[in-house]
Design a protein around this ligand. Structure first.
Ligand code: GLY
Ligand code: MN
Ligand code: MN
Length: 436
């Protein structure tokens, strides 16, 4: 394994959190993702479903987890199914989990082969009162492809049409949003590698480099540090491209005098980091670029301090909008009188700052969480204000990852330079090293 997994004690803790939210007589089932086909005999790299990974730590296809806390036989209270391994699989695909290894990693005593899932279901479902089935209830999910979990849920509902069915998703959103200590440590490892990649890029960028060359530098640094790669498709956009919010083609030249917006984050042990930095191609911001940069930075600092327990995310976002509004007036981009008369449903700042400020971060980069409840300690959020001035071919976004505590928020990016002067210094010092 490329990364140290979390401890079995942490996976036990995650399952205990889930169990506490179940009703009496409930039986919950979680499935892994499919290995997705491409064409001919090609497949995409396997990506485990976040919920089963959170509850078991098993990063392998064809894994199933069953939680049945009120089962008569203690051996049936937690069952993990893993793909049966064989000499042939070992030769062609490499080692898969043995039952003993899967048990040690997850802390689940009963581990069976996936081939015995159907028979186990037939035996246990009649003993339960409610079936807890999982589904993707992420606010922005929009997949057309049916997942393995959806397929298996359909089969189960056809097989047991009279059982009461309950949703796991709200429970998962709740428990996954408050990170355990080991999860925060894993996110921090991901962030530290992302920081190394940023340093590397600072020494690499100069007029004439291509956006994809920067992407290659980042990927190199990620993989050599034990990451499997990017937590999401990186955005490397210079000049006008920085104003294209989901720019991922990364195929243009970075020109002297432009600012490059780089939004990238490494995945480590299944956990995401999510950084954005905007740096001058030639190593020095112009006065105008620095003014816009500092405005974004001030918004980021103030927004970070607003991430306190008890605040509603909707109120937080409104407050950040007000801070941004006054910065845009300061930059001469908005007129104070126009702002005073604006339709509050369509605030003028959205012309220059058209996306949200924060999202949950964890196993998924846009992690699951409870958007309509108050912020709580142990939640991890991004803080990512930006100002995009298309007419000036200038887009600046800064993004850090923040841990909410009972007290002050903790900036998990505190070791990664963000002030304009610190970025210029880093470019100067790292650039020299590369030249030497
Ligand atoms: N990298 C995606 C985001 O910042 O939300
Ligand atoms: Mn990002
Ligand atoms: Mn983000």
């Amino acid at each position: 394994m490329r990364y140290p997994p979390l401890s079995a004690a942490t996976y036990r803790e995650h399952r205990a959190r889930y169990r506490q939210a179940m009703e009496k007589g409930g039986l919950a089932i979680f499935h892994s993702n499919d290995i997705m086909p491409t064409s001919a005999d090609g497949t995409m790299p396997f990506k485990q479903a976040s919920d089963i990974f959170y509850l078991s730590g098993i990063d392998q296809e064809e894994t199933i987890l069953l939680l049945f806390p009120d089962a008569m036989d203690p051996k049936d209270r937690e069952i993990l199914f893993v793909r049966e391994t064989s000499e042939l699989i070992a030769i062609w695909e490499g080692a898969k989990f043995s039952q003993k290894e899967a048990s040690e990693l997850s802390g689940i005593p009963t581990v069976l082969w996936t081939s015995s899932y159907e028979a186990t279901i037939k035996r246990l479902v009649p003993q339960c009162e409610h079936l807890y089935l999982n589904s993707n209830e992420h606010l922005r999910q929009g997949n057309e492809v049916e997942t393995r979990e959806e397929r298996k849920n359909k089969e189960l509902r056809a097989q047991f049409p009279l059982h009461s069915v309950k949703r796991s998703a709200p429970i998962m959103h709740r428990i996954r949003s408050r990170k355990t200590k080991e999860e925060v440590a894993q996110i921090q490892r991901a962030i530290n590698i992302t920081g190394k990649a940023f340093e590397r890029v600072c020494g690499f960028v100069k007029p004439g480099v291509k956006e994809y060359e920067i992407e290659a530098e980042i990927t190199h640094e990620f993989i050599r540090n034990g990451s499997r790669g990017h937590a999401y498709t990186p955005i490397i956009g210079s000049g006008y491209n920085a104003c294209v919010l989901h720019y991922i083609t990364n195929d243009m030249v970075c020109n002297d005098g432009e600012v490059i917006l780089m939004d990238f984050g490494c995945e480590y042990g299944g956990y995401a980091s999510d950084l954005t930095r905007s740096i001058p191609v030639n190593g020095r911001f112009t006065k105008r670029q620095k003014d816009v940069y500092n405005a974004v930075h001030r918004v980021q600092q103030e927004a970070t301090q607003l991430l306190r327990p008890g605040t509603l995310l909707a109120d937080y976002h409104k407050e950040v909008g007000r801070i941004m509004e006054s910065e845009l007036i300061g930059l001469g981009l908005l007129d104070k009188n126009d702002v005073a008369k604006q339709d509050p449903e369509k605030p003028l700042y959205k012309k220059y700052f058209m996306h949200g400020t924060s999202h949950f971060l964890g196993l998924d980069v846009h992690d699951v969480g409870l958007w309509n409840e108050m912020i709580q300690p142990d939640m991890v959020f991004t803080v990512e204000p930006g100002i995009y001035i298309r007419e000036e071919k200038l887009g600046i976004r800064l993004e850090n990852n923040i841990l909410v505590t009972r007290d002050k928020p903790i900036d998990l990016f505190k070791d990664i330079p963000v002030e304009a002067d610190a970025v210029e210094e880093m470019m100067a010092s790292k650039g020299k090293k590369v030249m030497a």
